[in-house]
Design a protein around this ligand. Sequence first.
Ligand SMILES: [Zn+2]
Length: 269
Amino acid sequence: MPLPVYTVTALRLGTITVDKSGMTYGVDPGVSMDVPVWGAAVEGDGVRMLVDTGFGEPTDWDRYVPHRREADETLPAALAGIGWRLSDIDVVINSHLHYDHAENNLLLPDAQFYVSAVEWEYAQDPIATQRWLYDFPWTDDAVTFQNYVLVANDHHQVRPGIRLIQTPGHSRGHQSVLVNTAQGVLCIAGDAACVMENFTIPTPPGGLTSAEQALDSLERMRELSDVVLMNHDPGLSKFQSEAFPVMPKVSGEAGAGARSKRATGTLLR
Ligand SMILES: [Zn+2]
């Protein structure tokens, strides 16, 4: 039976001003950069899913780095842009539990959440450099532990044509999502890759629990997908739902600007 084909739409959920070396480890320190925060709405086979939910109040986080959010970039407003309400979302996948990917989980008490078991445990006691990123609640009276599915195995199938792969390094339990789309296998990277230079140089994002694991995760994503949606990619546009960037199949000089000639993301088939 052919796998369902899903539509993926980029939802803009705000902007963070960061040092560029936070996106590309060791590259361009001192260069300031505005990065979007993207959620990904995934629809197909009768389900509506969201990958990452964005940050809460921008002013709560301004003491670390500047945050802003336009009126149409709150989670309810961004969803309304594609005709969805909060209550329409059946499944949420959190790439990891950093605030800019999971703080709005509490707006979605009707959803079932998929978080890696390693991330769930790590988030209780993160390394010192990442404590602030987890300084918010992801459960309350309405969104309880019962809402969460803790994923222990690699290549966990959420639905036919949607798999979670373990991509640690940015956080200990980071996961990325492989989605069967009209463009082939789309990797929703989370922060395992933030910008295309992560793949082309290659260098991981700057925030790390392990540089070695983060580099391995870039190669996993490269191998398993045809196109990529990175959750801080400055190159995407609001509500983009096609023509996602092609995954560079090699890194270094040859990788810059290289185009994929064949579909290699075959594991979903
Ligand atoms: Zn992030």
